[in-house]
Design a protein around this ligand. Structure first.
Ligand SMILES: Nc1ncnc2c1ncn2[C@@H]1O[C@H](COP(=O)(O)OP(=O)(O)OP(=O)(O)O)[C@@H](O)[C@H]1O
Ligand SMILES: [Mg+2]
Length: 327
């Protein structure tokens, strides 16, 4: 099967108070049609920024310094703004982390939906209205015709998230990027929304990048997983490789602290002692070195290279997983 998207050596920097800070670097991954790629990592690890770099929607003080994003073989970072806009929404859609900031409080839900539909699909007013109703029904909003006359603040958090999903899916994108679509919601609503995403994903053969803090969500939804830390991809593997045979000390620490092994379920909160590196730190070695129980002199001084295992499984570490087992 042909790759849908390939990200090559992506590096994004910030300019802040006269300093240049590297936020993400050496980001390489690919995604195939129909698969769900999970992106997991602590707050500040660069998950959202990676996706914003891909979508070309970075904050003003950020810049892509190097890399390529090949979508269906074309480097979309080189497209003109007009072409990028066309691609966003139609081919690649994003559900943002905070549903309130993605909706205009002064516009009705109907306006939001009709706007994306008419922008990307054309069709008359009647068409976009009917499609809007259809999409709201699809995401489980009852009395859609009535409810879409309301404003975002008249919707609950879970309902707003559904509106965003309806907007993102209305043009049947080939790739959906969902940035923590359920983190802010209660558990029941989380399950409903994730089931909905699963259903729509199989119906449309859409590829999905699912960003989450939650390894439970990952094991439920994803085919492959990327673990991010300090702006790097620390480990990548299939869901089973990551959950059952993690080879990076960071992934192992994450799993130890977030999975209740006896019950085989995920706990919602996890802690690993210490803090992730700040962007201001100039790291000479591995970004995880300070918190890693296996760290050695080499880890402090030398940037690690990837270790490769079977089926694309890889870790950014000086040590192989088998060697860590012995220590
Ligand atoms: N506008 C900005 N100016 C300066 N630094 C920023 C800006 N936005 C993000 N950053 C920094 O870039 C890094 C990556 O941020 P990013 O939002 O990608 O993290 P994240 O993994 O999505 O975290 P979270 O789980 O909290 O959403 C962080 O260190 C963050 O502080
Ligand atoms: Mg984020």
């Amino acid at each position: 099967m042909d790759k849908l998207m390939e990200v090559n050596n992506l590096k994004t920097i910030f300019r802040l108070n006269g300093k240049v800070l590297t936020a993400i670097q050496d980001i390489n991954f690919e995604i195939y049609p129909g698969e769900v790629l999970g992106v997991v990592g602590e707050s500040g690890s660069g998950k959202s920024l990676t996706m914003k770099s891909i979508m070309g929607i970075l904050p003003e003080n950020a810049m892509i310094e190097k890399g390529k994003v090949l979508y269906k073989g074309v480097n979309i970072l080189n497209l003109k703004e007009r072409e990028k806009r066309k691609l966003r929404g139609k081919e690649i859609s994003m559900i943002f982390q905070d549903p309130m900031t993605a909706l205009n409080p002064l516009r009705t839900v109907e306006y939001h939906l009709k706007e994306v539909i008419s922008r990307h699909q054309g069709g008359g007013k009647l068409y976009s209205r009917e499609k809007a109703i259809e999409m709201l029904k699809k995401v489980g909003i009852r009395n859609a015709e009535e409810r879409m006359k309301q404003y975002p603040h008249e919707f609950s958090g879970g309902m707003r998230q559904r509106v965003l999903i309806a907007m993102a899916l209305s043009c049947e994108p080939s790739l959906l990027i969902a940035d923590e679509p359920v983190t802010a919601l209660d558990v029941t609503t989380q399950v409903q929304i994730l089931n909905l995403l699963k259903k729509l994903q199989t119906e449309h053969q859409m590829a999905t990048i699912l960003i989450t803090h939650d390894l439970g969500v990952t094991s439920d939804m994803c085919t492959r997983v990327i673990i991010m830390y300090g702006g790097h991809i620390m480990e990548e593997g299939t869901k089973n490789q990551i959950i059952f045979h993690p080879n990076h000390p960071y992934t192992r620490a994450l799993l130890r602290s977030s999975m209740d092994r006896e019950k085989g379920v995920a706990k919602r909160l996890y802690t690993i002692e210490g803090y992730p590196p700040s962007l201001y730190e100039h790291l000479q070695g591995c970004p995880f070195e300070k918190r890693c129980r296996f760290a050695s002199e080499k880890c402090r001084n030398e940037v690690p290279e990837y270790q490769y295992y079977e089926d694309g499984h890889r870790t950014l570490c000086h040590f192989r997983g088998e060697k860590l087992d012995e220590r």
